[in-house]
Design a protein around this ligand. Structure first.
Ligand code: GCV
Length: 720
């Protein structure tokens, strides 16, 4: 009897173990999990979405069908019927007017939706009630399919649908900073997912899942390699490999692009120069473009980092960025390719404030770039800091196509482990008013082309994807990939709405989970700003690897790589004077902003030390001194991480064990490192302020020498 019940017990626990293994989640499925909806929703959805009527037969139409089938099967928990004709009520019909007479007969408002927009409608056709997902092109149908699934994933009604959506930005591109040896510059999610050595013969199924994820958020371009480009990318060997990836991505509406190294003609083929006006150089790039398009007929174009951080470029031949960009653009134009020319330029030989240099360089070139060139500008004038004001280039070059470049990978916001939702940061940038054409001239309107009627529009994100099972180094980093795509599709979306969508799809729709997690995400970037670089400080990170605090570093290779260049702390105060009495960077902004930023009392606290060198005893709006306020920000930052941990701890019942534990452990790391940031910065800045900590504030745990003595020779993501 005893043995029988023991065996029975073992059997039951084996079953339970199997069941929980089946439900174990590691984040691989991203926001495309398609777990069964709750009973209540099953009742509302079941009859409405169980038959799929496919109109087209292209690879993209098949991708849409497969995704809908996979999604509906998962969400509704039963097989989905595939049909090619409408037989009853409740079917989902998807296609284009060209491949479906029913869709053509519905007179849907597709005229203004271009190739990528779509409509989703509840209609009655041929006497049957249907949901129709329709677009002018198959890729629009695919985007519509993802939208339809998202409605169900986030538990919205699909009863009376009347949705129309069109991307506001044409080129929505993920930039991989992946090297051909599979290391990833500023990558914290393992190695590059491109397994170059096995390409083109072995196609990792992960490439398809990657393409599905990208299409689900509307990303339509992928730069395969690092902007610090290797010339081998343009050899026949690698073109074949890239072509294989392009074949995988094509059905998902994704084009591939390459970063190119300016001096490639010299390094690959022994040309004497890379001068953009040299006929031999021009001919070389034309021939190379023809060769690339021979291998990849829908190749997207080139991304170029030139004359920046030691990269070669046209200025080596006393030519301008426009000369360089236009030469490449000419080579690509017959094939409809584009050049994305980065404005991230600064020179150690230029004594001018680094944050002014890109504007100085590019504003005089306004109107000189060819139509198929897009100048790609980082969100801030410095370098992807936790907070910067927007780059003054936005709004200053009306005759130039400008792309906004943001960094999804968290080079400066805590690598993989710190929880920092960047949707809020990008919304802050997009909503910033440039005043270029009077009030309301937001960065979003520059980027979507509506302010200056630009021909091409683009948004690029430096990706955070790697070989980690969870793709992005942490569960919550997935939200940044997601938010990038959603904002590139529509820069007017709210960061909160995006976060909520993501939480619902990635974890659960349970309100008890959604509300606190969305709140936690919404505050998380400000928390990082508080414990790293509050009040407009920037670039205090460890030199080179950018891990942890090192505001004391003053011996890096060039002045503008030193944290001391960015905070200028001394016995009087802290911060960089960028008003007319200092570098006058304020003058690069439109007059109302220049006036505001010049006035110490009118400068928002969040940009205070970015624009001003401020006395330690300066009375802040709150009535506290600057020094006290600085210490409070650092302290709040740490306290806020502790609160995030408490929030998360209460949510254990709603999350599968692996994702719960991973996040809990990362939050613990974040708290430890936030404290490290606080203590190291306070210990260091106190040597200048010479003031006591405000009452109740704990002193740094260790003396300054301890923090200065820490070293991290093998941090990930560093170019070595
Ligand atoms: C690819 C920052 C990063 C570099 C990066 C550079 C860029 O400086 O630290 O790793 O180089 O930006 O955007 O080109």
């Amino acid at each position: 009897m005893k043995i029988a019940s023991l065996l029975q017990g073992l059997f039951v626990s084996a079953i339970l173990a199997l069941a929980s293994a089946a439900h174990a989640e590691d984040g691989y499925d991203l926001w495309l999990r398609y777990h069964p909806v709750e009973k209540e929703w099953l009742g509302r959805y079941r009859t409405d979405a169980t038959t799929l009527v496919t109109a087209g037969s292209s690879p993209t139409a098949r991708a849409a069908r497969d995704e809908l089938a996979r999604g509906l099967r998962g969400l509704l928990g039963r097989a989905v019927k595939l049909d090619d004709t409408i037989r009853g009520n409740g079917a989902v019909l998807f296609g284009t007017p060209a491949n479906s007479r029913t869709i053509a007969g519905l007179n849907l408002p597709l005229a203004k939706l271009g190739a990528e927009g779509y409509v989703i409608r509840s209609v009655t056709a041929r006497g049957r009630k249907l949901t129709v997902i329709a677009a002018n092109g198959d890729v629009g149908v695919l985007y519509g399919a993802f939208h339809f699934l998202r409605l169900m994933q986030t538990r919205q009604s699909i009863d009376h649908l009347d949705v129309a959506s069109v991307p506001r930005i044409q080129y929505r591109i993920l930039d991989h900073w992946d090297n051909l040896d599979r290391t990833v510059e500023r990558g914290y999610a393992g190695f590059s997912i491109w397994d170059w050595q096995k390409l083109p013969d072995y196609l990792d199924p992960r490439y398809t899942d990657y393409a599905r994820a990208q299409a689900s958020i509307g990303v339509n371009g992928v730069v395969l390699n690092n902007v610090g480009a290797q010339t081998a990318m343009l050899t026949p060997l690698y073109l074949k490999k890239a072509a294989a990836l392009a074949d995988v991505f094509r059905p998902y509406g994704i084009k591939v692009y390459f970063s190119v190294r300016w001096s490639t003609p010299m390094e690959l083929d022994g040309l004497k120069s890379a001068d953009p006006l040299d006929p031999a150089v021009i001919a070389w790039w034309k021939a190379k473009a023809d060769e690339i398009y021979g291998a990849i007929p829908d190749f997207g174009g080139f991304l170029v980092k030139a004359n920046s951080e030691g990269q070669p470029g046209p200025q080596d031949y006393k030519r301008t960025h426009a000369d360089g960009a236009n030469m490449l653009a000419d080579a690509l134009a017959p094939h409809h390719g584009i050049v994305m020319w980065r404005a991230f330029v600064y020179s150690q030989n230029n004594p001018v404030d680094r944050v002014k240099q890109a504007y100085d360089e590019f504003v005089p070139l306004d109107g000189k770039f060819d139509d198929n060139v897009i100048v790609q500008v980082k969100n801030g004038p410095l370098d992807f800091q936790p907070r910067e004001p927007f780059s003054p280039l936005f709004g200053a070059t009306p005759k130039t196509n400008l792309a906004l470049e943001v960094q999804i990978t968290k080079e400066y916001l805590g690598f993989a482990t710190h929880l920092a939702y960047l949707g809020t940061m990008w919304q802050e940038v997009l909503e910033s008013d440039t005043y270029a054409r009077g009030p309301g001239s937001t960065v979003a309107k520059v980027v979507d082309g509506s302010l200056f009627a630009n021909k091409l529009t683009a948004m690029a994100g430096v990706g955070n994807v790697g070989t980690d099972r969870n793709w992005t180094g942490s569960q919550f980093n997935q939200a940044n990939w997601y938010a990038f795509g959603r904002l590139a599709w529509n820069p007017n979306l709210s960061a909160r709405a995006i976060a909520e969508e993501w939480v619902r799809m990635t974890f659960t729709n349970d309100k008890a989970f959604v509300a606190p997690v969305v709140d936690m995400m919404m505050g998380s970037r400000e928390t990082v700003v508080d414990y790293m670089t509050p009040l407009g400080l920037a670039h205090l990170m460890g030199t080179g690897h950018h891990y942890g605090p090192a505001p004391w570093v003053d011996n890096a290779g060039r002045p503008d790589w030193n944290p001391v260049y960015y905070h200028r702390a001394d016995a009087q105060g802290i911060g960089v004077d960028r008003t007319p009495t200092g570098s006058n960077a304020v003058a690069q902004y439109a007059p109302p902003l220049a006036a505001q930023f010049t006035d110490l009392d009118k400068t928002p606290d969040k940009y205070l030390l970015w624009f001003h060198h401020v006395a330690w005893d300066y009375k802040m709006k709150s009535g506290r001194t600057l020094w006290d306020k600085l210490v409070l920000h650092y302290t709040h930052g740490v306290e806020d991480v502790a609160k995030m941990r408490t929030t998360w701890a209460k949510l254990r019942p709603y999350v599968d064990p692996q994702r719960y534990e991973e996040t809990a452990a990362y939050l613990a790391i974040q708290e430890k490192e936030a404290k490290w940031w606080r203590d190291a910065c306070i210990a260091y800045f106190q040597t200048f302020s010479n003031r006591p900590l405000p009452p109740g504030m704990a002193p740094p745990e260790h003396p300054l020498a301890y923090y200065k003595g820490l070293s991290f020779p093998y941090e990930p993501g560093t170019a070595r």
